[in-house]
Design a protein around this ligand. Structure first.
Ligand code: GLN
Length: 196
């Protein structure tokens, strides 16, 4: 069985755990370095990136997660999780840090209060059909560095922003497949875990 972790400090941990378990994975809720050491991949959920950042530091997980990323562990982050995987953050709270790994700059809460949350059909590189993407106080990727690759971009009338990125074994989406019945991102993550 493929054993994977969901970072369980804050956010929509259960939704990810449910999708992963339904795809046949053995899911560990990760709150301690020993739990991280026991998994072959990690999902960082949506939630509040500044809170997850702070708790990761309090729980002694920041450095182990950075080391796991540097060591090639597959990691998938949604929304707040994407922010935590970004090398650079704009509009973070004072002192906010990330784990990093994706050569991108993300802007937090990038869609403003009027379109706080929205849903849209989105084409994704490598998918046969569009995904139904749910954005909730979502970030957008404002810069994609040479090491990262954009795999989904909103249409111009939806703002034209990059909203999904991959780099090596890292995958990040500004939206929440775990709440919309979309399983292809989790399947890609699990494929990477099995191959790693
Ligand atoms: N706005 C949140 C943050 O900055 C992300 C929202 C989400 O994960 N749905 O972390």
């Amino acid at each position: 069985m493929t054993r994977v972790g969901v970072l369980a400090l804050q956010g929509d941990v259960r939704e990810h755990a449910r999708v992963l378990a339904a795809r046949g994975a053995d899911v560990v809720l990760v709150r301690r370095p020993e739990e991280l050491a026991a998994v072959g991949g990690l999902v960082i959920p949506g939630g509040e990136s500044s809170v997850i950042d702070k708790l990761a530091r309090v729980f002694g997980l920041q450095q182990p997660i950075r080391d796991a990323i540097a060591g090639g562990m597959p990691v998938y982050g949604t929304c707040a999780g994407l922010i935590l995987l970004a090398d650079r953050i704009t509009d973070g709270i004072a002192g906010q840090e990330s784990f990093g790994g994706l050569d991108i700059t993300v802007q937090r809460n990038a869609f403003g209060s009027q379109v706080d949350s929205f849903e849209t059909a989105l084409e994704v590189d490598g998918f046969d059909t569009p995904t139904h993407a749910t954005f909730i106080r979502a970030p957008r990727v404002v810069e994609v560095g040479p090491a990262a690759r954009a795999i989904a971009t909103l249409s111009d009338d939806a703002g034209g922003a990059v909203v999904a990125v991959t780099q090596g074994n890292l995958l990040g989406t500004a939206f929440h497949p775990e709440v919309s019945g979309e399983t292809r991102f989790h399947d890609l993550f699990l494929q990477r875990v099995r191959a790693a």
